[in-house]
Design a protein around this ligand. Sequence first.
Ligand SMILES: O=CCCCC(=O)O
Length: 474
Amino acid sequence: MAIATVNPTTGETLKTYEPLSDEALEDRIARAARAWAAYRRTSAEQRAGWLRAAADVIDADTDTVAELMTTEMGKTLAAAKAEVGKCAKALRWYAEHGPALLEPERKDAGAVGATDAYVVHQPIGVVLAIMPWNFPLWQAMRFAAPALMAGNVGLLKHASNVPQTALYLEELFRKAGFPDDVFQTLLIGSSTIEKVLRDDRVAAATLTGSAPAGQSVASIAGDALKKTVLELGGSDPFIVMPSANLEQAAEVAVTARNQNNGQSCIAAKRFFVHRDVAEEFTRLFAEKIAALTVGDPMDPDTQIGPLATESGREDVEKYVDDAVAKGADVLVGGKRVDRPGWFYEPTLLAGITSEMDLYSEEVFGPVAALFTVDSLDEAIEIANSHPYGLGANLWSEDEGERAQFIADVASGMAFVNGMVTSYPELPFGGVKQSGYGRELTELGMREFMNAKTVWVGPPSSEQGDGDTAGAASE
Ligand SMILES: O=CCCCC(=O)O
């Protein structure tokens, strides 16, 4: 795939980039390694100050960077502005909490025969971030803010269709006053990732992307014995029980499925509705989906813009056509929109069976799959049969059902009477083929830190001949 800005609203190619030459790539990796040698010795308070400055810069740049994202990948301008705001919030969260989270953790020194014992969290070096186009600023920031707070240095390999947003990120940290080269964007194709990942100067990698991309990165990193965090796909269940407020559940269901033009790993994709309320919920859900305004994402009235790429729309079409050919009922939508650009109608399908490809895969577009179930047990059983386990949603006023859902749903995140959302204040990540590791909060920051155990013994004058206090206590 060429490194290029192609406007999905029109299909027009606006700007193309040559990938970095071998020499330019070598130079950038060398600069990252040199930058880390100095950056690791900066204080947490200094780094927090740069993060605060970055939050101010990004706030001031909101309109231009939001327009850039909408032009590159088609999200509505309102959603793009909200994404910028969320990045500023994450930068400020780490600026505020980072220094305390980096304090050494005292341990019980007496219990291990030491005069002092503690764990100190230290940065590990240059981290490669391989990021997707769907939240082009936020997902890179979700890596960058904790990494830079920790004292690590970042190399960003962004998706090939958002090069200008990727370059903006490098510029942002420069404008905020971070030392040179602590965050660099590498304009390279996917085929060059292995070379960067295997480079001895690169310590670890994080990837947000597809399960096949995760397998490839994990196997290379495993071979090179490097740490990875993987945030892969999702096909989140959205379960509606009879006690739920159906009007509210249907309203949120529409947003949960169609956010970001249907292209989010944490979008609810499978809707399990209890038979007792299935007719009413389906009516509400279908009416609200049919009422969505599809159009130019720059227009403030638009709720659904185009899919980001032509091939992405073809994939969505294939899933819907396969399901319909195997007997699914199209309650709303079901086809591309007849206009330039890569638009697809918000769609609701019922009568889903396990033979259909969308049953066990992820549809990255505005297509909701509706299931009628007879119990919460049945909903959770089908939900858990999917290879992914990222987020999960339940709508119920029943305490017992909520407890069962939280205990049994196989996911990294469980939301009750709300939709799965990422917050800088909460950990983010999945289980099974949705990946491993966590982003955000202290968990995210420590994924790429060395938790170094420190044991300090008494002065040697107080120790016995030829023995150490540590050995003596074993
Ligand atoms: O594709 C993954 C989407 C994550 C969106 C978010 O963090 O809000």
